[in-house]
Write a protein that binds this ligand. Structure first.
Ligand SMILES: *Cc1c(COP(=O)(O)O)cnc(C)c1O
Length: 219
């Protein structure tokens, strides 16, 4: 069932986006089933759970942290994490840089942008994003690689609203790319779209979609 779900989603997203299987709260057996079906990219939102699953499962899995990250927890994931999607401050980036240096690896990060109408979501607004980018220009962090932007749309049925929020993130990505990352091919990811809205996200230019319940069932 899990493998069939993944296959169906991959067919829908095509070659333009990669699927992150969001496995938070799900048991190892379910992740292993997805792995045996060919899935290699998994997303978790809690550091402790991410580390436990990393230790228990095959080492060719790419682990993405998609949830809010506290500075004091960076050290636990720095040795192996493939990408951190949820960076929302320069201070956090400094910490990731420090732990990257300790582990002698450059850690790919996405900057999380607030795109929803809802009040509860994490993320930077455009002003905060630009001031973070200016700080990075002034004081570059060699063990951090800014790989792109991440966002979560409003959890509403209105497809036009959701599409517009995704469009906004894509426009911001294009602007930031041309202003700050013209010569950096590694700034290329737009992480947007979940179980309820990933087809819309892909249509608006997502390169990474984060899908959980549609693969593994409701949490
Ligand atoms: C849980 C989660 C998802 C996946 O949600 P589903 O609706 O189950 O697909 C995607 N992104 C983030 C940041 C999440 O926390």
């Amino acid at each position: 069932m899990i493998t069939a779900n993944i296959h169906k989603i991959n067919q829908e997203i095509g070659v333009h986006a990669r699927l992150i299987a969001v496995s938070k709260t799900k048991p190892l057996e379910m992740l292993l089933e997805a792995y045996q079906g060919g899935q290699r990219i998994f997303g978790e939102n809690k550091v402790q759970e991410l580390v436990q699953k990393y230790e228990a499962l095959p080492k060719d899995i790419e682990w993405h942290l998609i949830g809010h990250l506290q500075s004091n927890k960076v050290k636990y994931i720095a040795p192996f994490v493939a990408m951190i999607h949820s960076v929302d401050s320069y201070k956090l980036l400094e910490n990731i840089n420090k732990e990257g240096a300790k582990n002698q690896r450059v850690i790919p990060c996405l900057l999380q942008i607030f795109i929803a109408q809802e009040e509860t979501k994490f993320g930077l607004n455009p002003d905060e994003l630009y001031s973070l980018l200016e700080q990075l220009n002034q004081t570059p962090l060699p063990y951090v690689q800014i790989g792109g932007l991440m966002g979560m749309a409003s959890n509403v049925a209105d497809a036009t609203q959701v599409s517009n929020e995704f469009k906004g993130l894509k426009n911001l990505f294009d602007k930031v790319k041309s202003q700050y990352f013209t010569h950096q091919a590694s700034f290329k990811e737009i992480s947007m779209g979940m179980s309820g809205d990933y087809p819309l996200a892909v249509k608006e230019g997502a390169t990474l979609v984060r899908v959980g319940s549609l693969i593994f069932g409701e949490r």
